[in-house]
Design a protein around this ligand. Sequence first.
Ligand code: GDP
Ligand code: IMO
Ligand code: MG
Length: 421
Amino acid sequence: MQTMAIIGAQWGDEGKGKITDLLAEKSDLVVRYQGGHNAGHTIWVDGKKTVLHVIPSGVLHPHCTSVIGHGVVLEPENFLFELNRIKNVTKVTPDNLKVSETATVITSYHKLLDAARESQGTEKIGTTCKGIGPAYEDKIARRAVKVKDLFDKDILTRRLAVGYSEKAMLFKNLYQVEFPSIEEEVERLYKFGQSMEDYVCDTFSLIDNSLSRGKRVLYEGAQGILLDVDYGTYPYVTSSSTSASGIYNGAGIPNHKLEEVIGVAKAYTTRVGEGPFPTELFDEIGNTIQVKGNEIGATTGRKRRCGWLDIPLLRYAIKCSQLTSIALTKLDILSDLSELKICYAYEVDGKKVDCAYPGINLYNAKPLFKSFKPFKDDFTGKNSAELDQYMSFIQETLGIPVSIYAYGPDRNQIVFKKNLF
Ligand code: GDP
Ligand code: IMO
Ligand code: MG
């Protein structure tokens, strides 16, 4: 197998980083194609924790080239900070880390706008306040700064000037916040651009050449399908294409198709930020999962909302991204609970619905649960019958195999059910 994708099948934080790190061992390229440093991907190796935000989760394998594709929105200061931090952990050089010259730059104005809208706007999304939405707005409106613009002060000034007066009007008159002048922002970004230049290239050609030489390419999604700007629970979504289609827009698979699309799902469900969540738990069990699962966002430190596994949402995710198998994570967190349930369908206006199609108002969806005998596995020996029943139900109701399951954060706490790569 030459091409594979790791996609979040829920609302993010499913454990994509861990799965990507493991599969990167046998990959030549690991490619991020959307999102930015709103992502937080945690990897544990021999008890040592690494959190990545915009650098791909293959970076802990120096043989592997980490690629930040053109669909990513990149905040140069944060990127350089992360790069310096990761250099203490692993060998990263311009030979094994590449940034697309046409990735969109997140500027100070985007961060200020995101924060002002969240604190003063009429509808709070619960964003990470990293400037993601405003940067994508500028990209679509054709007024963004691209990474290659960072290397020439005149070009950078011209690009920042597009749309500046509109932003200045909002900062001065509507939000009443301080903001940098174009000259100040040019100086700031140019300086970061100089430190980044060696890493920047045409990543599309790199991927094309690698694929034509038979190299293995692993695409790493950020966020999850239910946060996709088109497929997700709009408006409570992020501003990029988090589903597999984002790969075609944000990096490219020249002359090839995706051979395996792994949807990563927790054995339960979590969500950070606002928006509907049919199986959300507000009781002691929800609290236990939150605490035991350490369900705290790696980027913002917010508590994640927790609930039972939601099959209708996963069925929808499978259809949106043509998932070929599921990587089921955090099974250990469900071990030894006093009760165990899976939502297999919803009741909506008196009718049973088994897929969370976009036409369904999720606020009105009453989850229908099947109860399971709780399992008490510590995953050191053979699986209990109860654990097997829980996993078989998931596999059968979803209609695609569970190719991987994980029972702890560390690299070795995992079982591969299918020979991948
Ligand atoms: P990502 O954004 O999808 O990469 O996921 P995050 O890294 O934000 O959140 C997943 C969290 O669960 C991280 O802290 C991981 O270390 C941890 N994790 C991943 N798989 C497992 C697992 O099977 N069991 C446990 N207990 N933790 C896991
Ligand atoms: P990873 O890659 C979980 C959520 C935010 C908010 C919404 C919009 O670690 O799975 P944004 O800042 O993107 O405009 O915020 O999306 N969100 C995430 N939730 N995991 C993530 O990334 C997320 N990235 C954004 O909480 O609800
Ligand atoms: Mg995360």
